[in-house]
Write a protein that binds this ligand. Structure first.
Ligand code: NDP
Length: 244
């Protein structure tokens, strides 16, 4: 990939808020044409209206294989190729294992892990054609699990495992796989936690440090996908300086 993303096409999942939204804008600013997917299409419409470049809003539920296939097809129909997949959609419904609401486990596995796999599966033929890049938004929880994050961490460890297998399968064909592992970023992510004690702990953690901002992660994504073609930035771990 060149210094700028002129002529490149990106698809960002989970682009209706937080890291996905800011990354979509950063890729657009760098010259890419960007398809943005999520379930809240009203937010996507507002995003496309304020974008610096051409942007396409697509209703997407990553837990639904057909919806994922449709989103990839819509991107390629509109922009004629796909160079960068930012696999970002995710939920974090932290809770202790004992007594957990297992429907939340299902949601996390279906969204973070299976949804991200479905998206790679649908996008890969196009990325092989373009010698493109897959950016997997994992987490520090993909490297270290902690109490109350067992299932979330399992999904992120899973993403890292899948990404390494993917890398080995496609790197010789010119497709680059980038795993980004953010620490605490200020977004809506923790607002969906249903356990009041863990919700309060997340709030107090956020107040105890200078958290990362979505722009910090978007900058890493743009860095990774603008390297020369022989450079594969395979893993980036970014923590707030204040986070132990
Ligand atoms: P947000 O809650 O702001 O964004 C999550 C995004 O995922 C939203 O756009 C949401 O869109 C989308 N999403 C959720 N479920 C689905 C679904 N079924 N289909 C399609 N899109 C879906 O949180 P973040 O920006 O923080 O999270 C983005 C990613 O970053 C996640 O994978 C998260 O695990 C990861 N991350 C976040 C960290 C943080 O501290 N914030 C740290 C490390 C990693 P909609 O609801 O409209 O569908």
């Amino acid at each position: 990939m060149s210094d700028t993303l002129d002529g490149k096409v990106a698809l960002v999942t989970g682009a209706s808020s937080g890291i996905g939204q800011t990354t979509a804008l950063a890729l657009s600013k760098a010259g890419a044409r960007v398809a943005v997917g999520a379930r809240r299409t009203d937010r996507l419409q507002s995003l496309t209206q304020g974008a610096p470049g051409e942007m396409l809003a697509i209703e997407l539920d990553v837990t639904d294989l057909q919806s994922v296939k449709n989103a990839v097809a819509a991107t390629v129909d509109r922009f004629r190729s796909l160079d960068i997949l930012v696999n970002n959609a995710g939920v974090m419904l932290s809770s202790a294992i004992l007594g957990a609401d297992t429907t939340e486990w299902t949601r996390m596995v279906e969204t973070n892990l299976l949804g991200s796999m479905y998206t790679v599966h649908a996008a890969l033929p196009h990325l092989l054609d373009s010698k493109g890049a897959v950016v997997q938004i994992s987490s520090t929880s993909g490297r270290t699990a902690s109490a109350a994050s067992g299932v979330y961490a399992a999904t992120k460890f899973g993403i890292n495992a899948f990404s390494e297998a993917l890398r080995q399968e496609v790197t010789e064909q010119g497709v680059r796989v980038v795993v980004i592992e953010p620490g605490f970023v200020s977004t809506e992510l923790t607002s969906h936690i249903t356990d009041p004690a863990i919700q309060a702990a997340a709030k107090s953690m956020a107040e105890s440090m200078r958290t990362l901002q979505p722009e910090d992660i978007a900058g890493a994504v743009v860095y990774a996908v603008t390297q020369p073609e022989h450079v594969a930035v395979n893993e980036i771990l970014i923590r707030p300086t204040d986070q132990t």
